[in-house]
Write a protein that binds this ligand. Sequence first.
Ligand SMILES: Nc1ncnc2c1ncn2[C@@H]1O[C@H](COP(=O)(O)OP(=O)(O)OP(=O)(O)O)[C@@H](O)[C@H]1O
Ligand code: SF4
Ligand SMILES: [Mg+2]
Length: 356
Amino acid sequence: MTVLLEAKNLTTMLRGKQGVVTAVDNVSLRVEAGRSLALVGESGSGKSMTCNTLLGLLPSNGRVVQGEVRYKGRDLTRLSHAEMAKIRGREIGMILQDAMTSLNPLLTIGDQVAEIFRVHRGIRDKAELRRLSVDVLERVKIPAALERLDSYPFQFSGGMRQRVSIAINIALSPQLLICDEPTTALDVTVQLQILKLLRELQQQRNMALIFVTHDLHLASQFCDDVAIMYGGRIVESGPIADVFARPTHPYTAGLLRAVPSLGRYEKRLEAIPGQQPGLTEWPQGCRFAPRCPLATQQCRDQYPDWFEWQGGARRSACWQTMQMWTQSAAPRGNETGDADADAAVNGAARVRREVA
Ligand SMILES: Nc1ncnc2c1ncn2[C@@H]1O[C@H](COP(=O)(O)OP(=O)(O)OP(=O)(O)O)[C@@H](O)[C@H]1O
Ligand code: SF4
Ligand SMILES: [Mg+2]
């Protein structure tokens, strides 16, 4: 698999009334060409801030203080605003939760779609711009696209506005599309239509996706890989089927137990007790410790190191997982091949049993 984008130790700080706080903390993630990565976590865990950091779209009080975002051999965090503006839209698109926030209410749909061809391709001919705009609106299945060019966003339904936003973002065939909860504001039927459309476009163009969602069902149906975020950090990641079948981090296990008929937690549904702390309230050690049934003094004192297996495809940041995995692996006296996989499965099973 070709790695399209890779973030390493990405850290973003925000300056506010309460001083400087860390919103994205040491985040590392990898998106492979043509694959989709789900970014999952509770509200406030830093999903949007991570996406905005990847695309250089931070608020004026935000700054990347550490790490890099490798894309086609370049570190995006080091590019100028002008260089990033060329990459956004042309190579990497971004769709937001509510298309109303990304569309200009004062411009017609036609003008907003044409703008992308005007800015990135330098096309000035009005007839050509209209033709290209109709073409891309038809690709996202806007009915009567030619007649709708002169409509304004408020004349479109929420689902149709989201299609327009997708059209603008795929117009130049980007290799990566970042979708920040693109369907949360839509009803279930429209949500499914938009997801189907995204999947079709992804397959037609071998486009990679970062798909931000709270919905674990959706993520499992739609994505290949998953990264679970908590308190500005990624706490567990890997191929989604494996992570959901064998979660190793107590937070992932807790999320799955709160979802009906997902994974193996069909009998009893439970919310994770407590709340995710705000940016200024993060505890010193593991950020999940105040809510974690397995927390020890070590967890409260020290942030867990990353623990990797399956050649780095699976990662977890949890002291207990690391300990259980090590104990499971130890009797075999080696850390390769099947024994490696067995140990991970045994360790994961113990974490789940003890969280339950
Ligand atoms: N401009 C800002 N200034 C200060 N803090 C901010 C700003 N934007 C976001 N935050 C804080 O950063 C943290 C991460 O926010 P972010 O929007 O990335 O969360 P999220 O995981 O996307 O949540 P949601 O699921 O609700 O969209 C939150 O605590 C949020 O309050
Ligand atoms: S490091 Fe400790 S507190 Fe954190 S998730 Fe693991 S067991 Fe729970
Ligand atoms: Mg968000």
